[in-house]
Design a protein around this ligand. Structure first.
Ligand code: 13P
Length: 255
């Protein structure tokens, strides 16, 4: 299966100068890489999306956003619709990220609405799931993940499911520099695949990429992605350093 290396730039790149420097550095690093089996995707803050889409048009880098609203248009002050994202050059939308769940009360049901409208608008949703440290300690990982998938993907038909991307981000590994062991990631991958094959057909479930996210670095990419058989990564902090992000992409692409 094709691999996905997705950068979640979060709320960074505060000035035009900083953004332009990032783009110049990314473009120059990109010239040194040739990916044969991977999609490289950057999800910058919304204000930068159109610029990123313009800079990377025609290149091997695609662009997405970190969040969308679940309506197409109308009186929803401050929100951005997935159709706008699509029309301005975006191809992907993250949904259900643990920071959205934690700070903005995004539930599985809200993520589900966002995933449905993202699909309808022609975007590929990247649905984030994962357990907290407390849930892990109480041995609730499988239960939490099962619920997140079942509720988050409710009502998504077979015909649309092959555009989904799942990102397993254990919350205790996000922003912490602590990463799970390969076998822990693999166990969750197997569980996710099993749930997907119960919701859809096993053949279709096989085609849905399952990524790992949480403190991914070049030095941990094999442990959290290649060895446990994941289909790529969702990278936070290291995506702000083009050289490091592309190093991760190269490791995964060549694996
Ligand atoms: P870090 O890679 O900074 O831990 O962030 C992971 C993440 O939240 C990606 O969505």
């Amino acid at each position: 299966m094709e691999k996905y290396i997705i950068g979640n730039l979060k709320m960074n790149l505060l000035t035009q100068a900083e953004r332009n420097h990032y783009l110049a550095s990314f473009s120059s690093e990109l010239k040194k890489s040739k990916f044969s089996n991977s999609r490289v995707v950057l999800c910058p803050p919304m204000v930068h999306m159109e610029k990123f889409a313009g800079v990377f048009r025609g290149s091997e880098v695609q662009v997405g956003v970190q969040n969308v609203y679940f309506e197409e248009r109308g009186s929803f002050t401050g929100e951005v619709s997935p159709l706008m994202v699509k029309n301005f050059g975006g191809e992907y939308a993250i949904a259900g990220h643990s920071e959205r769940r934690r700070y903005f009360g995004e539930t599985n049901e809200v993520a589900n609405e966002k995933i449905k409208i993202a699909l309808k608008s022609g975007l590929r949703p990247v649905y984030c799931i994962g357990e907290t440290e407390d849930e892990r300690r109480k041995d609730l990982t499988f239960e939490v993940i099962s619920r997140q998938i079942e509720e988050g993907l409710l009502g998504i038909a077979n015909t649309q499911a092959d555009r989904l991307i799942i990102a397993y981000e254990p919350i205790w590994a996000v922003g912490t520099d602590v990463v799970p062991e390969s076998n822990e990631v693999m166990e969750v991958r197997i569980l996710i695949r099993k749930i997907l094959s119960e919701l859809y057909s096993p053949e279709l479930a096989e085609r849905i990429p399952i990524l790992y996210g949480g403190s991914v670095k070049a030095k941990s990419a094999a442990q959290v992605c290649v060895d446990p058989g994941m289909d790529g990564v969702l990278v936070g902090r290291e995506s702000l350093i083009p050289m490091e992000f592309l190093k991760i992409a190269n490791i995964i692409d060549k694996s």
